[in-house]
Design a protein around this ligand. Structure first.
Ligand code: 5GP
Length: 128
């Protein structure tokens, strides 16, 4: 386990393969610090993923170990992508899943941008 509760970075994860161009994606933005592309299984009319270029397992890993330039560059990209997608007037949600309780499936830090409809308040009630 890493200090952030997840195994160390795995270079075979699906987003690492997208970053290397081994798997195609519907790209909406790319710069020195971030890549943004449409989610393969969209939950809202607009559902875009933004990932850092660096090898960060999770939000916790990114927050603890990324450089200030990487953190600033990444979050500026998130804002730019949402703006360029035309979501600012109607609003949108940015979400990241971290670890097991957060429901994280892909072990490369990413944020989801949901928009294009009202997405409701916060999270569903507890299951079970
Ligand atoms: P997580 O649950 O880790 O926060 O979200 C992972 C997201 O990645 C899911 O919404 C899933 O639909 C998306 N995803 C998984 N595999 C692929 C893929 O190969 N391409 C794209 N564009 N999205 C993917």
């Amino acid at each position: 386990m890493s200090v952030t509760g997840l195994p160390p970075y795995d270079d075979t994860n699906i987003f690492a393969r997208i970053l290397r161009g081994e798997i195609p994606c519907k790209r909406v933005h790319e710069d020195a610090h971030a890549l943004a592309f449409h989610d393969i299984n969209p939950q809202t009319p607009v559902h875009v993923l933004v990932i850092p270029k660096g090898r960060y397992v999770s939000m916790a890993d990114f927050a603890a170990t990324a450089t200030e330039a990487e953190i600033a560059g990444f979050w500026r990209a998130v804002g730019k992508v949402a703006r360029d997608l035309g979501l600012e007037d109607g609003g949108y949600r940015v979400l990241t899943n971290m670890g097991v309780d957060g429901g994280q499936e892909v072990p490369h830090f990413h944020v989801h941008i949901f928009g294009g409809r009202r997405v409701g308040r916060m999270v569903p009630r507890a299951e079970g």
